[in-house]
Design a protein around this ligand. Sequence first.
Ligand code: NDP
Length: 258
Amino acid sequence: AARRLEGKTILITGASSGIGKSTALEFARTNPNGNLRLIITARRVDSLEELAAQIRKETNDGVKVLPVKLDVSKADEIRGFVGSLPEEWRDIHVLVNNAGLVKGVAKAPEIAEDDLNIMFATNVTGLINLTQAILPIFQKRPNGGQGDIINIGSIAGREPYPGGSIYCATKAAVRSFTESLRKELIATRIRVIEVDPGQVETEFSIVRFYGDKSKADAIYAGCDPLTPDDIAEIVVFSATRPENVVLAESLVYPNHQA
Ligand code: NDP
């Protein structure tokens, strides 16, 4: 399966922490000598540089890594993104749309406008804009095109909960967009895949509580959440199936989660 990654260029959003970071590491570890190229993006460039150094060291420079600042909530950054890459990095084969966030816990009347806007701009509009930017690269390949789009949704997109209406709505939107796109591209070799995690312990809850780590830690107390590696393994597994196999949707629950 690792051979299917040989010579491929993979673009991951939100690679500075959590699931995106683990996914970059998992791709590198799956094919450490296969001329793999990883474009790792997020807003925090320092964290990306650290991750790039770690991957280069672990693979003895077998995997090439390019850290690039990309704020997916900014349409102009996405517009200029592909053109700004060095020529040899533009032949992208796999896009992992992972960047995403939740802000606040609030019932509908109290939802802050900034939180509403940033969640939709990042989780939905950003994912769609970047997909539109990358699809033409896939579509230039023979037989209607070739490539993988792997979107990180959430169980929250299927099972809404009180106090999380906006986040849940963004992930429901990701699910609808992903499914429509998969059907639009059915006659091509472009695969559209969604991975929906349940509870994963990452910086996600720290962001939700505006940086309050003790509130974030309380979320995971007494339960056994997924690790980012659990999700990274599913993403890489999906990308390394034979080309006729589309693992269209994976729902990944921690064992305790109903
Ligand atoms: P983290 O907070 O650890 O990681 C989120 C990543 O997204 C960071 O790398 C962050 O980087 C990046 N990000 C946030 N905003 C932007 C932006 N505007 N532009 C570019 N990158 C951005 O959380 P997770 O790893 O848990 O989250 C990854 C994905 O998994 C998200 O889509 C989330 O909704 C989803 N998910 C998470 C679950 C969980 O329980 N943790 C459950 C289900 C789904 P930076 O700040 O440097 O930009």
